[in-house]
Design a protein around this ligand. Structure first.
Ligand code: GAR
Length: 197
């Protein structure tokens, strides 16, 4: 049976686009919702242009009440009856209660080779450490930030003269290959990790 996928974004949504555009033909899943935590998220228009239902649950009115924000988030998500949730540049930390609700069916993409560099500023941190390579990871979401079983990784070289921006751009190209690859496998029931290239 075709799986329904809800995608959560905060920004431009380039990973969301790569996921949506991959779900065609014999793909075992289809997008059912693109949700942003800000009406200003650039990805919303890209989802609308692709005919995907969109929603906004702005976190700002819930300042200080994360549980109320997440209750509304869950209400809007659950109304679309997704089988899988994909965090794609969704920049809100989620509580254990929310994560537990979707445990085993929520994925995230993170711009580092986890377990290295959980959290923010991953590209700058890889450069500061003098790492010879860097990359991105898709993992199942568990309550601890940027932890959970690794479902796939893609690696890029760090080049002389790289800045956080040039390195981020090189990693993003790989994110757009890795996340659709993992989602397709995951939707078909395959959780064995994949390593690109
Ligand atoms: C991506 O690089 C993603 O890996 C990162 O945000 C960017 C979103 O770009 N996610 C995180 O840092 C999560 N901690 P996009 O909106 O163009 O997909």
């Amino acid at each position: 049976m075709t799986k329904r996928v809800a995608i959560l974004i905060s920004g431009g949504g380039s990973n969301m686009v790569s996921l949506v555009d991959s779900m065609t033909g014999d793909h075992p899943a289809r997008p059912c919702l693109v949700l942003a935590n800000s009406a200003g998220a650039g990805g919303l228009a890209k989802a609308e242009a692709r005919g995907i239902p969109t929603a906004v649950v702005d976190h700002r009115p819930y300042k200080g009440d994360r549980q109320a924000f997440e209750a509304e988030l869950a209400r809007v998500i659950d109304a679309t009856e997704p089988d899988i949730l994909c965090l794609a540049g969704f920049m809100r930390v989620l509580t254990e209660g929310f994560v537990s609700r979707y445990r085993g069916r929520m994925l995230n993409i993170h711009p580092s080779l986890l377990p290295k560099y959980r959290g923010l500023h991953t590209h700058a941190r890889a450069l500061e450490a003098g790492d010879p390579d860097h990359g991105c990871t898709v993992h199942e979401v568990t309550p601890e930030l940027d932890e959970g079983p690794i479902l796939g990784q893609a690696r890029v070289p760090v080049l002389a003269g790289d800045t956080p921006d040039t390195l981020a751009a090189r990693v993003l190209v790989e994110e757009h290959k890795l996340y659709p690859t993992v989602l397709r496998r995951f939707a078909a029931g395959d959780r064995t990790p994949v390593f690109l290239p």
